[in-house]
Design a protein around this ligand. Structure first.
Ligand code: BG6
Length: 485
């Protein structure tokens, strides 16, 4: 059972709160994971009273909570924890009203969750301080993206850091809360099996794919200024890469784990100048079909300029310049409106030094793969050669499949895990300031290079695997994107 706290959610009527945070808190409440005294205060500009907010929140929770899982009784008990306070978070004076509303003298942990546009991060932190609300018992949670460049991320880190000590700042990358992402650490560091082969010399290359079928939905206003590089690659994909590539931390605690991740980011070979052309591919979805339905081109989506050149797909070839990984290409790609929703890490091994079983035609000799599916399935697959039954000494590929969860094991959703960690004060799965900055150092030169040639962006039909050009990133002809498990 976690500890008691007040959770204040700025952006209380926004998509993130209604679609993710409240359903996650509802589940935690239902499963008895929240201390009976945890109170949730949603804050936003909309003039709503408590009853109005509860009605809005209930409507969204009903829609988000898995079918058959929503119970009116549970909701009513959960709603007891929930309150609403209408305020304009950009106005300093409003925080005096908030402080008054909260009352004083209470040493409870107070969590400020900033589910707002990033341009409100700095004013909110400074207004909290001036209203005397940022004391020792206060924690702040920031959603990605932290800034839109290295420079702006530094400014945000400095401004938040002037009010909250780093130990009280929780920067969320919700991919780190996903079960299989944490399982990656368990696989690597709770088993001796993988370690000797987890390196150049044994691994041919690594692919990390996060594919979505969704378009920009109603987030066009934000997305058109971000694009796939800032929205996904700078954070989620680089975090996955860090977990695949990092050394074993000395301990499983926040600083040790994050130290190792930062070392990976520091070792990534910079992609600058002409390399940007060679090692990156971007694209924007045109009209097409997803699941048999026609979908419009990106520039016809709501709130998108019709001459927008924002990328909705990005693929990058990168390399980690250290002893373990030198010479092993890492291929990363992510895109919206791809044919299926799948997040996967695919690790291809080198061929054995000798081909003994000559019956098997050379072109049929597939290398070994380890495939980690993050979603929708949470599973691991290993492709190995076994003997083909029969008289001939011939081989075929067999897939060994292991699901990480059995049907009777309830796993926590990413936001459930992360919200519990914030309440309990565990920062292991959150991003440290220097991680954010090193990740921006990786993508900034690419974004700058793209910014000079903004007139043209290749398109790909919605429902395809992105621009065909993404295939040219591979180092050798026998490498290709792995789209299926
Ligand atoms: C968010 C991005 O961080 O992650 C979205 O802003 C994206 O654009 C989402 O759709 C994907 O998350 P998930 O958990 O659905 O894979």
């Amino acid at each position: 059972m976690s500890i008691s706290c007040d959770m204040l959610v700025f952006g209380g009527t926004g998509d993130l709160t209604l679609h993710k945070l409240l359903p996650a808190l509802y589940h935690l409440h239902r499963d008895g994971r929240l201390h009976s005294d945890v109170r949730i205060l949603a804050l936003a500009r909309k003039k709503l009273d408590r009853a109005g907010y509860l009605a809005l929140a209930e409507r969204h929770c009903r829609a988000q909570v898995a079918r058959g899982d929503f119970s009116v009784d549970t909701w009513q008990a959960f709603a007891q924890r929930l309150d609403y306070f209408a305020m304009d978070a950009s106005q300093r004076g409003e925080f005096v009203r908030l402080a008054h509303h909260l009352g004083s003298g209470d040493r409870r942990v107070r969590v400020y969750y900033l589910a707002t546009a990033p341009d409100l991060f700095e004013p909110i932190a400074s207004h909290l301080e001036s209203a005397g609300l940022a004391g020792e018992n206060a924690r702040i949670v920031l959603e990605k993206p932290i800034g839109h460049s290295l420079e702006s991320a530094r400014a945000i880190n400095a401004a938040i850091g002037a009010v909250f000590a780093e130990s009280r700042i929780y920067r969320i990358d919700h991919y780190l809360g996903k079960e299989t992402v944490q399982n990656l650490m368990a696989l690597r560091f709770a088993n001796a099996l993988f370690e000797p082969i987890w390196r150049a010399g044994h691994i041919d290359h690594v692919q990390i794919t996060v594919a979505e079928t969704l378009g920009v939905e109603n987030r066009g206003g934000y997305y058109d200024h971000a694009g796939a590089m800032r929205d996904m690659l700078q954070n989620h994909l680089l975090q996955l890469l860090c977990l695949v590539a990092m050394e074993a931390p000395v301990r499983f605690d926040a600083e040790s784990v994050r130290n190792e991740k930062v070392k990976v980011l520091q070792a990534l070979k910079p992609i600058t100048g002409m390399d940007v052309l060679d090692k990156t591919v971007r694209g924007q979805y045109g009209a097409g079909q997803i699941g048999g339905h026609d979908v419009p081109a990106y520039y016809f989506e709501p709130s998108i300029d019709n001459d927008s050149d924002t990328e909705t797909f990005v693929a990058v070839q990168t390399e980690i310049d250290n002893w373990r990984w030198a010479g092993v290409p890492f291929y990363l790609r992510t895109g919206k409106r791809l044919p299926k929703q799948t997040s996967m890490i695919a690790i291809r091994f080198r061929q054995p030094p000798q081909q003994l079983f000559r019956e098997t035609p050379l072109e049929m000799i597939d290398p070994n793969w380890i495939l980690l599916s993050i979603q929708p399935e949470e599973s691991m697959h290993m492709e190995i050669h076994v003997k083909q039954p029969g008289l001939d000494m011939d081989t075929r590929v067999m897939q060994m499949n292991a699901s990480f969860v059995t049907t009777d094991e309830a796993t926590l959703d990413a936001y459930e895990t992360l919200l519990l960690d914030v309440i309990e004060g565990d920062r292991t799965l959150f991003i440290r300031f220097d991680e954010v900055e090193w990740a921006w150092r990786v993508v900034d030169p690419i974004l700058k290079n793209w910014a000079v040639e903004r007139e043209y962006i290749p398109t790909y039909p919605a429902g395809s695997w992105g621009p065909a050009d993404a295939n040219r990133l591979f180092d050798s002809d026998d490498q290709a994107w792995r789209n299926e498990l």
